[in-house]
Structure formats: structure tokens, C-alpha cells
Design a protein around this ligand. Structure first.
Ligand code: CA
Length: 228
């Protein structure tokens, strides 16, 4: 069974989500507060994906996300946002979330997002191949790790997938649509903005000077290019 954490304090919404996840073959673990969620994750190390509500009684979902990321870079994280402000989405992604779903959402939409994230977190479609070494970077596709100057860079699965795409296409300008399709999949419902936010986060992790990026350069009005 595919275990998934459902953090939502409103019991009616939580039950609705849980029922639909069970129908789709998932094994939901429920939490109503941030503290309960963190405890549930400790007790269930086999949870691979977490759905995090933002407005909670004890702490906000961004803080829960930050605390998960501090110890686990591989967990798939989807924020459930009630508000539709762009800032919420950006804040969520900058704290380490992989995706967000805006309430009210349909069960089909939520399940599609979760299925897509599970595929990425599982990494089953990545054929093991050789090391890719470019400039200071060394990517190991077998264990999905990236090193810069011999030091491990802690990446989320999404960030890893973006770096892999870049390293497979050095020097080639990739459109934001190319990146979205390759990393999130063609069935992804979201917006192109998610590409920019992930690139911004990635630059902070891998650039010598994130304000003056040299590895991931912007191709204005088009997308991004990997090079040295
Ligand atoms: Ca709430």
C-alpha cells in the first residue's frame, strides 16, 4: 500500500480526502495538527507523500513543510491551500513543497497530482545509467544524487529531475514547457510558474552566486539553459 500523510484540521475535508485516497488505492495516515503530523511521520517512515493544509491550529503548514525538509529531502509534499494568492503558492514552494492544490479541489484533480508525485518520488521510470560529470557537478543516476565539487547537494526529487534534464541537455535552451513536460509530466494541470520557482530554489542550492547565476542561465522570454 502507498502510505500518504493527510494533514488537515477540518474533519469534513480530511474525511473527504481520506475516502477518495482509499478508493484510489492509497493508505492514508491522518493528522489534525502540525505536531500530530510530525509524530505520524516519525512513526511511519514508509510515508512517501504528505498533503499539508496551511491554516492549522498549532503551526502553519509551511512550518511543517520546513521541518519535514530539514530531515527528509525525498518526501513528496503537496500543499493544500485555501487561499488563491500567488504568494501562498510561492511561499509553499520556497519552503520545499513540490506542488500545491487549491481548495476546493475535485477528487480527480487531487488524485492526479498525487499519482504524478508518487511516480516521481518512486523514481521507477529512471533507467540506471552511468555517472554524468559536467564542470563541478557529478550526477549519479543510480542513487539519484548530485555532488558539486565533491560535496553532496541536498535536492528534492523535483530538483534532481530538473538537474538531470539539464545535464542530459547541456548548452541547449530548454523552454519552460519543455521543463514542465519532462519533470512534471504531460498530464500536469499546474502553471508554468512552478518551473520558475523551482529554478529559483535550485539556483540557491547550486550556484556560486544565486543572484548572478552562471550554471542555470535565463533565456529571456523562453526558458533556461545549462552551461558553464
Ligand atoms: Ca485548515
Amino acid at each position: 500500500m502507498k502510505k500518504i500523510l493527510v494533514l488537515e484540521d477540518e474533519t469534513s475535508i480530511r474525511s473527504f480526502v481520506v475516502i477518495n485516497l482509499k478508493r484510489s488505492g492509497y493508505d492514508p495516515v491522518e493528522a489534525g495538527t502540525g505536531a500530530e503530523a510530525l509524530k505520524a511521520l516519525e512513526e511511519n517512515p514508509d510515508i512517501k507523500v504528505a498533503l499539508l493544509d496551511i491554516m492549522l491550529p498549532d503551526m502553519d503548514g509551511f512550518e511543517v513543510c520546513r521541518q519535514i525538509r530539514a530531515v527528509n529531502s525525498k518526501m513528496g509534499i503537496i500543499m493544500l491551500t485555501a487561499r488563491t494568492q500567488e504568494m501562498d503558492k510561492v511561499t509553499g514552494l520556497m519552503t520545499g513543497a513540490d506542488d500545491y492544490v487549491t481548495k476546493p479541489f475535485s477528487p480527480a484533480e487531487l488524485t492526479a497530482r498525487i499519482d504524478a508525485l508518487f511516480r516521481r518520488v518512486g523514481g521507477g521510470d529512471d533507467t540506471p545509467s552511468d555517472l554524468i560529470i559536467q564542470g563541478p557537478f557529478r550526477l549519479n543516476a543510480r542513487n539519484r544524487t548530485v555532488e558539486k565539487n565533491g560535496e553532496r547537494v541536498r535536492l528534492t526529487q523535483v530538483e534532481y529531475a530538473i538537474v538531470k534534464l539539464f545535464m542530459d541537455n547541456p548548452g541547449r535552451a530548454l523552454s519552460r514547457e519543455d521543463i514542465l513536460n519532462a519533470v512534471w509530466g504531460r498530464d500536469y494541470f499546474g502553471e508554468l510558474k512552478i518551473v520558475d520557482v523551482n529554478i529559483r530554489r535550485l539556483r540557491i542550492k547550486i550556484e556560486d552566486d544565486p543572484t548572478n547565476p552562471t550554471y542555470i542561465t535565463t533565456v529571456w522570454g523562453y526558458g533556461y539553459k545549462w552551461g558553464f
